[in-house]
Write a protein that binds this ligand. Structure first.
Ligand SMILES: Nc1ncnc2c1ncn2[C@@H]1O[C@H](COP(=O)(O)OP(=O)(O)OP(=O)(O)O)[C@@H](O)[C@H]1O
Ligand SMILES: [Mg+2]
Length: 432
């Protein structure tokens, strides 16, 4: 349970960190790309202005100046194009010649097809009378800018990954440190429950034996006193059950690696169905079983018996007369499914998530001890978890409930180990 919380904490922490770093990287990328483009536009404008002043107007013709440093243009991946007022190309120099159709209305053009080129268009204006003589288009290849952005992307990407890996390692340590005191106090609380339940056993046993002695020799007693002793005996019995349940819960919770043995699940269920047949009969309930043969699991016989006992008792208890309770054990590959199905009162959908909580009972208004303490399903889930199994429920009010336990079947051949209560009848079992 604590491992799960720790993992969830760590994942949430990494998701938050990744979102913060991602947003930061995106902002850096946008600002950097914008400033590079702005810088390029400024450079092209300066280049275009120089080219515009070098153009002359002779005999009604636009002539391009000869003093343009072509070598520099080629080295920088730049190009210049001159156009007359009819937008006809007059001359061009340089390497990165834009193939986009010229338009005097577009001051800034970007050629998206490879090679990517950015162009800035400026008017050529006469120095004397400020007449417009033509246009100059200064272009620059975006190869270098794209390469710079690619390097930035790699840098930011690998920086984020490195930061996440380091934060993940640090996060594992941090979450462990944070969970440690919670885990410790939880363990202490469990130990206290186990100790308290254990310590209550002896005084309860003493009360129980004294009351039974008193009831055994009740001949001279007044009838009202006998009733009082019977009430004490009943309350003591319930208290003993409750302390036993609490002790069992504390123990199954603590048992991280119990010494499990091969257990024949079919035999356990057959035995339970037989044991509860008279109770079902008395309530006019049909108790039926469909059990896959020789289904073995690794576990504790007493605990698994308790798990299914709790489910069967509940099914019988919460099913009205003439109802039906069906136990089904099926196998698919290595998965064993045990369904305890009843046609009982059912559980409201809003309560389904709470049925496995300790001391939770659907009808809270009933006297606390009537029917049980609300620990049966909590014990069932605790046992299932300690066996690496899962327990789930589906139910419909008025139609019935189905509790399903999913376990993993054993494989290979096991030597028979005589369980305390499940009589398998074999000396050796061959498993598939
Ligand atoms: N088969 C069922 N049909 C309908 N309601 C059920 C069924 N099984 C359990 N419930 C509901 O879930 C509650 C919790 O069950 P749980 O077995 O934990 O406690 P309990 O039966 O009340 O007492 P006990 O500790 O003696 O088992 C029950 O009080 C009942 O309201
Ligand atoms: Mg119960």
């Amino acid at each position: 349970m604590f491992k799960q919380i720790q993992n969830r904490l760590l994942i949430s922490y990494l998701i938050v960190l990744a979102s913060i770093l991602g947003t930061f990287a995106l902002a850096v990328r946008l600002v950097y790309a914008h400033s590079l483009k702005q810088q390029l536009t400024d450079e092209l404008t300066t280049l275009g202005q120089g080219a515009a002043t070098s153009a002359e107007f002779n005999h009604g013709q636009l002539e391009v100046g000869k003093d343009i440093p072509v070598k520099d243009l080629i080295a920088r991946g730049q190009a210049l194009q001159w156009f007359d007022l009819q937008e006809q190309l007059i001359a061009q120099q340089g390497k990165a010649i834009s193939t986009l159709p010229f338009s005097s209305l577009e001051a800034l053009q970007v050629q998206l097809s490879k090679p990517r080129i950015q162009s800035v268009t400026l008017p050529i204006v006469s120095g004397d009378d400020h007449r417009k003589l033509g246009y100059v288009r200064a272009s620059q290849s975006l190869e270098e800018l794209d390469e710079n952005l690619r390097k930035l992307d790699w840098g930011l990407g690998s920086g984020i990954v490195m930061a996440l890996i380091l934060s993940g390692i640090g996060g594992v340590w941090l979450t462990r440190q944070a969970m440690y005191p919670i885990e410790e106090s939880f363990q202490r609380l469990k130990q206290f429950t186990a100790d308290a339940s254990h310590e209550l056993r002896s005084p309860l046993m003493a009360i129980k034996s004294n009351v039974s002695v008193a009831l055994k020799y009740s001949d001279g007693m007044r009838p009202t006193d006998v009733e009082k002793f019977e009430a004490i005996a009943s309350a003591t019995h319930q208290m003993t059950d409750l302390t036993e349940d609490l002790l069992l819960l504390a123990r199954t919770d603590q048992a991280a690696n119990p010494n499990f043995q091969p257990v024949n699940l079919t035999a356990i269920l057959e035995q339970l169905v037989e044991r509860y047949q008279p109770q079902a009969h008395a309530k006019q309930i049909i108790l039926h079983a469909h059990l896959a043969q020789s289904s073995w699991v690794l576990g504790d016989v007493a605990q698994l018996t308790r798990l299914f006992t709790n489910l069967i008792i509940n099914a019988l208890h919460y099913t009205l007369a003439e109802g039906r309770v069906e136990i089904k054990l099926s196998r698919t590959g290595q998965t064993l499914l045990v369904d305890v199905n009843d046609t009982g009162i059912g559980i409201a959908s809003e309560n389904l998530a709470r049925v496995f909580d300790r001391f939770w009972r659907a009808d809270q208004s009933r006297a606390h001890w009537e029917g049980g303490s609300g620990l049966g399903l909590a014990i069932a889930r605790s046992i299932a978890q300690s066996h690496g199994a899962t327990i789930s429920v589906s139910s419909q009010v008025g139609a019935g409930s189905c509790f399903t336990v999913q376990l993993t079947a054993m494989t290979g051949m096991v030597k028979f180990v005589k369980p305390p209560s499940a009589n398998t009848g074999d000396d050796q079992a061959h498993l598939t």
